[in-house]
Design a protein around this ligand. Structure first.
Ligand SMILES: C[S@@+](CC[C@H](N)C(=O)[O-])C[C@H]1O[C@@H](n2cnc3c(N)ncnc32)[C@H](O)[C@@H]1O
Length: 212
């Protein structure tokens, strides 16, 4: 199913329901990372780079945003975005989230910032991974002690919004997302200073925390 991110990469931004549904989740997730100017952040499964404007604004020109994705086609769109916006503080890595070498991330960090990032972020991606658990282990491996992690992902809506469940099932099936994956639970289990939000009738879950 990941093939949709190869053949459909050019249409992802237009067809992903960004404005009306999913933008709110990435805005909330980035806010909960508590990034400061000069920070470094990894965006796992970054896709076409829809988080980059928020992340670049948060870390500033002296910071670093590293986007990692396994789809060359999604990264091609992301690269075009960087060129158009002139974001020289963003680096891209083509790799599998479950098996990348932490050194690949270290190699993209500014010389004076150590070999681990200050924060890790993933939006609407871990539910698409074949198994998000090894990807989480990689996120932890590149995150500095007491760094911040945030996961934004999807589940079926709840309460009155349950009426939208068939639509949500259809749209997320096209994208290959597993609505039972609930990757944010790993932050609830391992983090301190946890902050969370449910948006869009509970469809979008945002959980952030500090990982000791
Ligand atoms: C629904 S898109 C989300 C993209 C972006 N994070 C966003 O918020 O728009 C899922 C992304 O996960 C990527 N992906 C899927 N499996 C992956 C894996 N094993 N390793 C790295 N990226 C993967 C896909 O290529 C795709 O770009």
């Amino acid at each position: 199913m990941a093939n949709v991110y190869e053949t459909g990469a050019r249409f992802y931004d237009a067809l992903s329901g960004e404005r009306i549904i999913y933008r709110a989740g990435r805005e909330r997730g980035v806010a909960l990372l508590n990034l400061r100017p000069g920070d470094t952040v990894l965006d796992l499964g970054c896709g076409t780079g829809l988080n980059f404007d928020l992340l670049v604004r948060a870390v500033g020109p002296s910071g670093r945003v590293i986007g990692l994705d396994r789809s060359p086609q999604m990264l091609k769109v992301a690269r075009r975005r960087l060129e158009v916006k002139g974001w020289s503080c963003v680096r891209l890595i083509e790799a599998d989230a479950a098996s990348f070498d932490p050194q690949q991330v270290a190699d993209q960090l500014p010389a004076d910032s150590g070999d681990r990032v200050d924060a890790v972020f993933s939006s609407y991606a871990m539910s698409v991974f074949d198994d998000w658990r090894p990807a989480w282990e990689r996120m932890r491996a590149v995150l500095r002690p007491d760094g911040r992690a945030a996961i934004v992902d999807m589940q079926l809506p709840s309460g009155a919004a349950r009426v939208f469940s068939p639509l949500v099932r259809f749209v997320t099936a096209v994208g290959g997302a597993n609505l039972e994956a609930r990757p944010w639970t790993v932050i609830e289990r391992h983090a301190v200073d946890i902050q969370s939000s449910s948006l869009r009738g509970g469809h979008i879950r945002v959980v952030a925390g500090t990982i000791p």
